[in-house]
Design a protein around this ligand. Sequence first.
Ligand SMILES: CC(C)(COP(=O)(O)OP(=O)(O)OC[C@H]1O[C@@H](n2cnc3c(N)ncnc32)[C@H](O)[C@@H]1OP(=O)(O)O)[C@@H](O)C(=O)NCCC(=O)NCCS
Length: 208
Amino acid sequence: MWTIQASAGRSWAVPSVTSCAIVAMVRAIRPDQWRLLRDIRLRALQDSPDAFLSSHVIEVGWDEGQWRATVCAAHWFVAFVGNQAIGVAAALRGPDTSTEPHVTSMWVDPEYRRRGVARQLLTALGRQVAKDGWNGLLLWVLDGNDVAREAYSRMGFAFTGEHQPPLADSSRMEERMRRELPHRGSAGRSAHASENLIGAATVQPAAT
Ligand SMILES: CC(C)(COP(=O)(O)OP(=O)(O)OC[C@H]1O[C@@H](n2cnc3c(N)ncnc32)[C@H](O)[C@@H]1OP(=O)(O)O)[C@@H](O)C(=O)NCCC(=O)NCCS
């Protein structure tokens, strides 16, 4: 795909960033890898403070126990290029056992955006959540985060019509989106359909 750029009366076509898709290595994070989560999560909070309800100031003060509890509270996946962590996302259960898991904490390093990394993280989350027996993924996205709203829409999420001030910050508003997961009864078709919906990913067990 090409984009037209213009300057000083001249125009030319350049390849758009989305044409340089990369295949990241997506790994599930274990509790003993809490430092890895801490580092990328703090980078995310510093880079995109308006995208999240927590903040760098709060989480930089967390101790090992809090980070380990955070890993255990959700399915966390980190995307790597070589040894470099470039993206993170989680699927969080709750608020009760009948609620489908919510995608939270999605962030991709700005240098790697528009190259399919969020799609690969969602593929990993979708597979894990389907394996757990769920039919859908939910998420809340803040009003004003137009890039994330567009990206989630393009990755198959649709607004549910639920719109509310988040508990953590009543001065803002958030909207819920949901994506149906392929039917879990048909394992072969399910994996294939999942890839068609949200993209292929190389998913590895957690590194030691
Ligand atoms: C939102 C975010 C995670 C997207 O990550 P990404 O790796 O760039 O997304 P991908 O490259 O996998 O793109 C997925 C889809 O979204 C679209 N998309 C991504 N960024 C977009 C943008 N800026 N404008 C329009 N569409 C966009 C892509 O084109 C792609 O759709 P397509 O395959 O139909 O073309 C990333 O921008 C980010 O980290 N933002 C800051 C943190 C944030 O807002 N997190 C969400 C909190 S709810």
